[in-house]
Design a protein around this ligand. Structure first.
Ligand SMILES: [Zn+2]
Length: 580
């Protein structure tokens, strides 16, 4: 028995699953490491939506590690699956990749210019890098390596011996159109699948030819494709005969020594639950309906002497603000894309704070600024001890793992300020440093590195996700026409601002100044609170701010004014506001 350390996180969903998984693991395999699993298919760029497949077991595994238990988090790379289709918009590929459809993903060439030996490795690499940055500790298992080295030999022979039992289980779930499909000849089935393009369900079940049902499919010895039909099998000798409908090749092999094929998906998955002793493996909504692989697997796993894992269904994770960007690129956002614009802590927090059955969106649009404000407020509450227990638990899961704290930005300045500064300075690091140092003159930045990596993420967000027409362009010359047309009140408010600039040149000072000018103009103190002021002051403030935006950036809106003023610089502000 491991030493049970007292967990500080008792209030959230992660902790409750950890309790359940530890108890179940002790029942099934006393004294053994707890095994949780995720499965990823490197059939193309691994979508950010698929990250929940990893983060859900990761958070639970991490909580179990924090309690002092040994945990294996398996990530099964389903890289021995067939190549189903050429994904759209992948750089370095074209329609000629279609000739590889039907081969294992590890036998398909990588996109042109890739540093990796094949298709699967190319897309795995990007995911592995993102998981490293996110602090996810895992054991990666290549199913190509497993199958082609004969690791599952006994399981394959066992499945073949019990093919009638497997067929009977699958038959309970086969829907009418599918039943019709399996009665067709293999050639027709292959054609049907080609028409459907991807996700054809037939090969998830295995095929029934004239020789009966087989849960195993060889990849062709000539063309490497899985468009093969098993025509004979002998349980005693393990001799298997197949023909290939793609190239006409056929041969007889001995399954007791043959390593170029795999169990069909609906049998493969439960076989691995049993083989690895998986106690926790969540799955997406698409896997959890009646007749789905998780449901059917729960019955098939018994044939392999195993048990179905605890498997919560997780809800869809959406993306906001990528639609326009991705349709032009033809791609989909990956975890790597998210980590270019947000720190790993923020991304971890999004997963930790929502139960798996709650859907949420990951923001690539303006919403990311609000999200960061919320995160910084929570960070401050945790620091002063005022956070609620569940919120504190989510925060703890976001900033550290059992192995320690994730690297953090030494001076985490507000993201929206960093984004504005990056927007206005357009890549001039020295300017950015000057502005950021003036935010709090009593505690200036000595180097931009103190604000990194958060500054780099905010800069990447501005450069890649903010449309050109929303970028801020500071005027070169004063708008003399507008300045000349100002009425006495407006001109007076601009003068008040100019008079106070030098004295108020910090983020707090300028905030006080820009809100204070309309109050003073209306005959109140700059320090007057909203309660002491008539509601018209709000209108006056809005009018004043719009005027300043017009004079500084030629539009009615822009970044928050105090930040904008600091970014523009005192001298240029005076120039643009018409100071003599
Ligand atoms: Zn062939």
């Amino acid at each position: 028995m491991p030493i049970v350390a007292q967990s500080t996180e008792t209030a959230d969903w992660v902790s409750r699953f950890a309790d359940e998984v530890i108890a179940e693991s002790e029942r099934r395999a006393p004294g053994k490491p707890v095994v949780v699993a995720s499965g990823l298919s490197p059939s193309g760029p691994i979508h950010l939506g698929n990250l929940r497949e990893v983060m859900t077991p990761h958070l639970v595994a991490d909580e179990i590690r924090r309690r002092g238990y040994e945990v294996r988090h398996l990530i099964s790379w389903d890289d021995y699956d067939r190549y189903r289709k050429v994904p759209n918009g992948v750089p370095g590929t074209d329609t000629s990749w279609a000739e590889h459809i039907g081969k294992p993903l590890t036998s398909v060439p990588a996109p042109a210019g890739s540093a990796y030996p094949n298709w699967a490795e190319h897309f795995k690499a990007a995911m592995i890098e993102a998981l490293g940055e996110l602090g996810v500790e895992f054991d990666g298992i290549s199913q190509t390596a497993q199958y082609t080295s004969g690791v599952y030999r006994e399981q394959i022979l066992h499945a073949m011996r019990h093919r009638a039992d497997i067929d009977a289980i699958l038959a309970q779930y086969r829907t009418k159109p599918k039943a019709r499909k399996v009665q067709q000849k293999a050639a027709d089935a292959a054609e049907l699948e080609a028409e459907e393009g991807s996700g054809a369900a037939a090969e998830d079940d295995g095929s029934s030819g004239s020789a009966g049902y087989f849960p195993y499919k060889p990849y062709c010895g000539n063309c490497e494709k899985d468009l093969t039909t098993v025509t004979a099998y002998d349980d005693d000798t393990t001799e298997l005969t197949y023909t290939c409908t793609a190239c006409g090749f056929g041969e007889t092999v001995r399954l007791s020594e043959f390593n170029r094929g795999k169990l069909v998906w609906k049998v493969d998955w439960p076989m691995r639950w049993a083989y690895e002793g998986v106690v926790f493996e969540p799955s997406g909504v698409d896997h959890s309906s009646p007749g789905s692989s998780f449901q059917v697997g729960g019955q098939i796993v018994g044939i392999f002497g195993g048990k179905q894992p605890i498997g919560p269904m997780y809800a869809f994770v959406g993306i906001s603000g990528m639609a326009k960007m991705s349709s032009s690129k033809g791609g989909v956002p990956t975890p790597g894309d998210a980590l270019k614009i947000m720190e790993p802590q923020l991304l971890r927090w999004l997963y930790a704070r929502r139960r798996p059955n709650q859907s949420f969106k990951i923001a690539f649009d303006q919403e990311i600024q609000r999200l960061y404000d919320e995160w910084d407020r929570l960070d401050a509450k945790v620091a002063d001890g005022s956070a609620l227990p569940a919120d504190a638990a989510a925060h703890s899961r976001a900033v550290r793992t059992a192995a320690g704290d994730l690297p953090r930005t030494p001076r985490p300045l507000p993201y929206r300020t960093l984004a504005s500064v990056a927007d206005i300075t357009a890549g001039h690091a020295d300017q950015a440093l000057r502005i950021l140092s003036e935010l709090d003159p009593s505690h200036p930045l000595t180097s931009l590195d103190e604000a990194r990596p958060r500054y780099d993420k905010a800069e990447a967000w501005i450069n890649t996700h903010v449309p050109a027409d929303q970028r801020t362009i500071v005027r070169e010359q004063p708008d003399t026409e507008l300045l000349a047309s100002l009425d006495e009140a407006s001109a007076g408010s601009v003068r008040l601002l100019l008079d106070g600039l030098a004295e108020h040149w910090s983020l707090d000072g300028l905030t006080h100044l820009v809100y204070g000018v309309p109050k003073v103009q209306a005959g109140f103190s700059a320090d007057a609170t909203p309660k002491e002021l008539p509601p018209e002051i709000k209108t006056a403030q809005r009018t004043f701010f719009a005027l300043l935006y017009r004079l500084l950036v030629g539009r009615d809106t822009g970044p928050r004014l105090p930040t904008l003023l600091l970014a523009v610089g005192q001298e240029r502000v005076r120039h643009l506001l018409g100071a003599a």
